[in-house]
Design a protein around this ligand. Structure first.
Ligand code: IMP
Ligand code: MG
Length: 181
């Protein structure tokens, strides 16, 4: 059981769903009368993305990117590569970038620069989680689910070595599970 690897649960399924409803309502209010172009950063954000867009009561166009800054461990490699680009032209669109977690900020700092260079009408960032104490690059988060301490979390899209993404809650693994990395 994947549950057996979990040291503690940080956010339950109920807490996550409640927070997403609140974020969706806030976004719906802020974008009233506009269409949203929602860019999800795969793969981590995909679970959050699909719940969040269903909490938004406005027209939402879907697009996804894959960016890679992590190796297989728990530390960012520092360089960002675009492995899958946008499918659409985002000029004059109202971009809502949806991410799972902002850690050092390296990935999102790079991605935001990339999006801005394509001249969208507006650009905002929604991240489910943020670890402010880990920040190396300044990233402005317009909608943030929760700020968390410097702990490596998994579940609800977040992985460790591509595992645990399908857990419906967010937790911290036991030391022995990733201790040898
Ligand atoms: P950053 O470039 O350091 O901000 O890293 C961002 C990416 O690293 C996120 O999109 C995640 O994929 C991954 N990441 C950062 N912290 C965690 C964590 O605690 N658990 C799982 N993935 C994480
Ligand atoms: Mg990610």
């Amino acid at each position: 059981m994947m549950n057996d690897d979990m040291g503690k649960i940080m956010f339950t399924e109920e807490q996550i769903q409640k927070r997403i409803k609140e974020l969706g309502q806030e976004i719906t209010r802020d974008y009233a009368g506009k269409d949203i172009f929602a860019v999800g950063i795969l793969k981590g954000a995909v679970v959050f993305y699909t719940d969040l867009v269903r909490a938004i009561d406005l027209p939402v166009q879907f697009d996804f990117m894959i960016a890679s800054s992590y190796g297989s461990g728990t530390e960012s490699s520092g360089t960002v590569k675009i492995l899958k680009d946008l499918d659409y032209d985002i000029e004059n669109r109202n971009l809502l970038v949806i991410e799972d977690i902002i850690d050092t900020g390296t990935t999102m700092d790079y991605m935001m620069g990339y999006f801005r260079s394509k001249n969208p009408a507006s650009i905002k960032l929604c991240s489910l989680l943020s670890k402010p104490s880990r920040r190396k690059a300044k990233v402005n988060i317009d909608y943030c689910g929760w700020e968390i301490p410097d702990e490596f979390v998994v579940g609800y899209g977040l992985d460790f070595d591509e595992k645990y993404r399908n857990l419906p809650y967010i937790g911290v693994l036991k030391k022995e599970v990733y201790g040898d990395k």
